[in-house]
Design a protein around this ligand. Structure first.
Ligand code: GLN
Length: 190
């Protein structure tokens, strides 16, 4: 108890994540600087434009801070652009990801065909979930330490590696809070 959850608030849909946390009655705050990061026990990396977020993270030293805390076991959850930022490897040259999650990501795999779509997916232990995909990145490889918790069209869309959770879709844009609650359960063990 007494845990504070941060949402990386440099660009993207961080307000929607903060609204979910408020609905769940979880103390939450925006994280914009390395100093803000020190005050939180978990961090959500929102959807948005991964190149922009990466550039702003590097400017403030937050990239190094998040990498360090992530390696120490702080719970991290990335949605969409957040998944791109957490990845170990991207098919594209930019941005430079944080390499905290052993997956390879194709940034605009779906976006080239269709900008956004919705699908009902089946999440392990959680059941059916209505997922909203917007210019979604595609996980093209996941390492042995990565648990695939849900797939769509044969590609992982919700994955976990220990303290790191990531989805290529946006649960913060629906009013189903189960994935956020699942992420918050990581705090009980950290
Ligand atoms: N494809 C976008 C990127 O590369 C991510 C899209 C999103 O977060 N909705 O940053």
């Amino acid at each position: 108890m007494g845990h504070r959850v941060g949402v990386l608030a440099l660009q993207g849909d961080f307000r929607e994540h903060l609204a979910v946390l408020r609905r769940l009655d979880v103390p939450a705050q925006e994280v914009r600087t390395a100093k803000d990061l020190e005050a939180v026990d978990a961090l959500i990396l929102p959807g948005g434009e991964s190149t922009t977020i990466a550039r702003l993270m590097a400017k403030s030293g937050l990239d190094r801070g998040i990498k360090e805390r992530g390696r120490e076991g702080m719970p991290l959850y990335g949605t969409c652009a957040g998944l791109i930022l957490l990845a170990k490897e991207l098919l594209e040259d930019r941005p430079q990801p944080l390499e905290l999650l052993d997956v390879t990501v194709d940034r605009n795999a779906y976006g080239r065909q269709v900008d956004s779509f919705e699908a009902d997916i089946e999440i392990r232990d959680l059941g059916e979930f209505h997922a909203v995909f917007i210019r979604a990145p595609k996980v093209t490889r996941s390492g042995p330490a990565v648990e695939v918790l849900a797939e769509h069209d044969g590609a992982p869309v919700l994955v976990r590696q220990g303290n790191v959770l990531a989805s290529s879709f946006h649960p913060e844009l629906t009013d189903d809070t189960r994935i956020h609650e699942f992420f918050l359960s990581f705090l009980e063990k950290s």
